[in-house]
Design a protein around this ligand. Structure first.
Ligand code: COA
Length: 323
């Protein structure tokens, strides 16, 4: 059976770190409030001349170098992002060029904070159908560019960053012991589109718009739908929830991570959390968490990791990978 096996990861965070205390100067908020309600202590912010493609290229380059494969052997580049450099061409094409890839295909995918699980589902389908051998899945965002810096309910939540997974088609036995993607489920329901999005956009206002969110409602959907997505994914594999070695959810808020783990009866020490240091980096948050955990030695080859996400749309889903 063909599987999409993770060969390597890469990540990049902009040098500039912005602490919660910096918001105290301009907004009626406090470090205590932000950390207490979200678990976030700081976020990285891209420099003026640093674009989503720059972050993504650095993450992708690290993944390619770490796998030790020629860049030109990559058949497919999928960039999950809500913050492309320009409206066109797709930012993925710039990344492809900057990585020295002259063949195959590259495109952007927008599923907001679920972008990574959507991109994994798409890449996995190309790989297991035999059409693609190597795919680079990147989540990269510069949310700092679409935030309303006067809205304390949203601007404190997000950060910039990028991370990449290099996937390779490998023949495996076809059991749950196989390495690679065991399930990649995605969902959406547009009736909730008004809960989270941008005020404005290319076709509606000729601008990129700024983020708005009904925080409480999104919170409720997140703690309900992410556990459901994990249960659906695990039941599709036939494995029990207890087979999960690590839960690496979309990193939006520590209280959401805690709520998801609690619903699934997964102990907090099995949850990979980077929300304190990165804040919510949207489509980049799960691959960043996977990169951190695989590099610090927690996430080991052969272990099972479940990655649920929820984002604007609403979109949601879960990727289950044997590392
Ligand atoms: N500093 C201080 N006070 C703030 C604040 C801030 N940064 N942001 C909001 N508040 C205030 C609100 O105005 C409200 O005041 P009020 O009671 O006088 O109206 C009070 O804090 C409580 O706000 P509420 O929205 O009920 O807080 P909360 O506990 O729901 O936390 C979020 C707010 C945004 C942290 C939380 O709703 C959340 O995390 N939502 C999901 C966010 C998310 O993950 N989005 C992305 C998903 S992809």
């Amino acid at each position: 059976m063909l599987r999409s096996v993770v060969l390597s990861t890469g990540a990049y965070l902009p040098a500039r770190v912005m602490t919660n205390a910096e918001f105290e100067k301009t907004l009626d908020t406090s470090d205590d409030w932000i950390e207490g309600r979200t678990g976030i202590t700081q976020r990285h912010i891209a420099a003026r001349d640093e674009l989503t493609s720059d972050l993504a290229t650095k993450a992708g380059k690290q993944a390619i170098e770490s796998a030790g494969v020629p860049a030109d052997s990559i058949d497919l580049v999928i960039l999950a992002t809500t913050t492309p450099d320009e409206t066109m061409p797709a930012t993925a094409v710039k990344i492809q060029q900057q990585l020295g890839i002259t063949r195959g295909a590259a495109f952007d995918l927008n599923a907001a904070c679920s972008g990574f699980v959507y991109a994994m589902a798409v890449a996995n389908n190309f790989i297991i159908s035999g059409q693609v051998k190597r795919a680079l899945v990147i989540g990269a965002e510069t949310y700092s560019r679409i935030l309303d810096w006067n809205d304390r309910g949203t601007c404190i939540l997000f950060g910039d960053g990028a991370a990449a997974l290099l996937l390779e088609r490998q023949e495996q036995k076809g059991t749950n012991d196989d390495r690679g993607v065991l399930f990649a489920g995605i969902h959406s329901d547009g009736q909730y589109a008004s809960l989270l999005g941008t005020q404005g956009g290319v076709s509606s206002t000729r601008t990129a718009g700024t983020v708005f969110m009904a925080g409480k409602e999104i919170f409720r959907h997140a703690v309900a739908r992410m556990p459901d997505a994990v249960e659906e994914a695990m039941s599709a594999t036939g494995l029990p929830l207890s087979a999960i070695d690590w839960l690496a959810p979309h990193q939006a808020n520590q209280r959401i991570l805690d709520g998801v783990a609690q619903k699934l009866h997964i102990s907090p020490d099995k949850v990979i959390s980077t929300v304190a240091g990165h804040a919510n980096t949207s489509a980049a948050s799960i691959p960043l968490a996977l990169h951190v955990a695989s590099h610090d030695g927690r996430l080991k080859r052969g272990q099972l990791v479940a990655c649920p996400a929820l984002g604007a749309g609403l979109t949601w889903g879960c990727t289950v990978v044997r590392w």
